[in-house]
Design a protein around this ligand. Structure first.
Ligand SMILES: [Zn+2]
Ligand SMILES: [Zn+2]
Length: 199
């Protein structure tokens, strides 16, 4: 995952160097917690989905509403973010290619470590640690991981979707009794289609 390497700049706890936009919908300001362990804040917000929230065949359309329930808790080393996100996935069935929509609800939790604490960390694990940028937390990578992890490996329009007819490509769910007297030779299939158009 691409994450800002805050350690490329000289750490200076007096100055909040941040590349995050505090007005961005998925950026949270933790200033109110005042770095007091035990202080907590709960919030609910609906944000437009960022681009690429999902995978090619299934995901939350960019700009579609994502409802977030969030709890921010100050702990010794940072801010613990716990939340759930609800959104509608759109995509297509892996078997019959029919468009599908599906509601999803995912939970996530992540400890965002204060920058000055992160720099003391055991170097090797540094990349694994999410850090606050000043008072700001970027929820987007966390949300994206949670949504992608919860996606079905092969989205289906229904559990037992029969897929497409191997002979003519018809969607079998629409026509369960669909049969062919004899396997259709692809060359004949093209002719049959021409004839149908003539009728
Ligand atoms: Zn299907
Ligand atoms: Zn068929």
């Amino acid at each position: 995952m691409l994450r800002l390497r805050t350690d490329l700049t000289e750490p200076d706890p007096e100055v909040n160097i941040s590349n995050l936009d505090p007005r961005a919908p998925l950026v949270l300001d933790t200033r109110e917690l005042g770095r007091r362990p035990g202080s907590m804040r709960e919030m609910t917000r609906t944000v437009p989905a960022p681009p690429d929230l999902g995978i090619d065949v299934l995901g939350v359309a960019e700009g579609a509403p994502v409802e977030l329930d969030l709890r921010l808790e100050a702990v010794m080393e940072g801010v613990l973010v716990t939340g759930t996100a609800r959104a509608t996935l759109t995509g297509e069935c892996a078997r019959c290619l029919e468009p599908l929509t599906e509601d999803t609800e995912v939970g996530f939790q992540e400890l965002f470590v204060y920058e000055d604490h992160a720099h003391q960390g055991e170097g090797a694990e540094d990349d694994e640690v999410s850090t606050l940028e000043g008072d700001l937390v970027d929820l987007e990578p966390l949300l994206r991981d949670a949504v992608v992890l919860a996606l079905p490996f092969r989205p289906l329009c229904m559990d037992d979707c029969p897929g497409l007819c191997p002979d003519c490509g018809a969607r079998l769910a629409d026509d369960p009794d669909h049969t062919h007297d004899a396997p259709v030779d692809p060359r004949w299939a093209a002719l049959t289609e021409l004839k149908t158009h003539d009728d």
